[in-house]
Design a protein around this ligand. Structure first.
Ligand code: SAH
Length: 255
């Protein structure tokens, strides 16, 4: 059995209880060493076999799993954040399926949630944006044309860019040429929830220079949109005193 486990964004105590228990019981752990906090490995059994997938290709990862399965061992495949976001888990799951190896997934706290926490931010502010666009600029992996930065920027939604901090200037230029205002607030969050977390808020016109000034080019998220300012929103209807829900009778404010 293979358990894909979301390790969370960085801080050791942001893995789920289920994820931690799976680590404790694993015979083999394959972890994404480039981004997963190695501190999580202290939960592993003493004789657990541990591999850093940063040094492995897909075939090598599968080889380790197949070997473990042959010995009836349990493998944890530890991915950073939540495995469903840029986790490359589908390609692994498809091969496991072909090989008749069972697997399941345990979610994790994605770094985009860690970044919001670092900023004390709500992505979905009534009256400003009710959507979060999670995306990336193309790198070695292409992005479909209909999801280009320019296309997505048209929505005016809160945007969270993964895997794009290496070219913050390029992102700035593309967002500006897509028509976003130069004043649009942006945030750069480096290593959200790690001890060496850094966060900067700036205008869109300063995004590239901010990244450069603080030397941020990887392990960072770029958040763009009016919600970054966290002001000028409307209060939620759910908690409005005059609003009735299944749990609470609204008060008549005219009485
Ligand atoms: N599955 C992961 C994302 C993997 S892609 C998740 O849910 O978070 C790797 C990218 O995620 C990095 O290039 C960076 O953009 C982002 N990332 C991962 N951990 C991060 C962190 N702690 N702080 C900021 N960005 C992070």
């Amino acid at each position: 059995m293979v358990h894909f486990v979301g390790a969370g964004p960085g801080a050791e105590d942001l893995i789920t209880l289920r994820g931690k228990e799976l680590i404790e019981n694993a015979d083999v752990i394959i972890y994404a060493g480039s981004l997963v906090n190695p501190g999580l490995l202290k939960y592993a059994k003493k004789d657990c076999e541990i591999h850093d997938s940063a040094r492995l290709d897909l075939n090598e990862v599968i080889e380790i799993i197949v070997k473990a399965e042959a010995m009836n061992k349990t493998t944890v495949r530890l991915h950073t954040g939540d495995p469903s976001i840029y986790g490359a888990i589908r390609e692994q799951m498809d091969i496991l399926y072909e090989k008749n190896i069972g697997y399941d997934v345990t979610p994790g706290v994605s770094s985009f949630c860690g970044a919001a926490a670092a900023l004390n931010m709500e992505y979905t502010l009534p009256g400003i944006s009710q959507s979060v666009i999670i995306t990336r600029m193309e790198g070695r992996t292409p992005v479909p044309e209909r999801e280009s930065v320019e296309e997505l920027a048209k929505h005016g939604s809160t945007m969270v860019f993964f895997l794009s901090a290496g070219d913050a200037s390029g992102l700035q230029n593309r967002l500006l040429s897509a028509g976003l205002d130069a004043e649009t607030p942006c945030a750069l969050v480096y290593k959200a929830t790690w001890d060496d977390e850094e966060k900067y808020v700036c205008r869109l016109s300063e995004l590239g220079e901010t990244a450069e000034k603080y030397g941020i080019s990887k392990t960072a998220l770029i958040i763009v949109g009016e919600t970054v300012k966290q002001t000028g929103y409307e209060k939620s209807r759910l908690y409005a005193p005059d609003f009735s829900t299944g749990f609470r009778m609204g008060k008549n404010l005219n009485e």
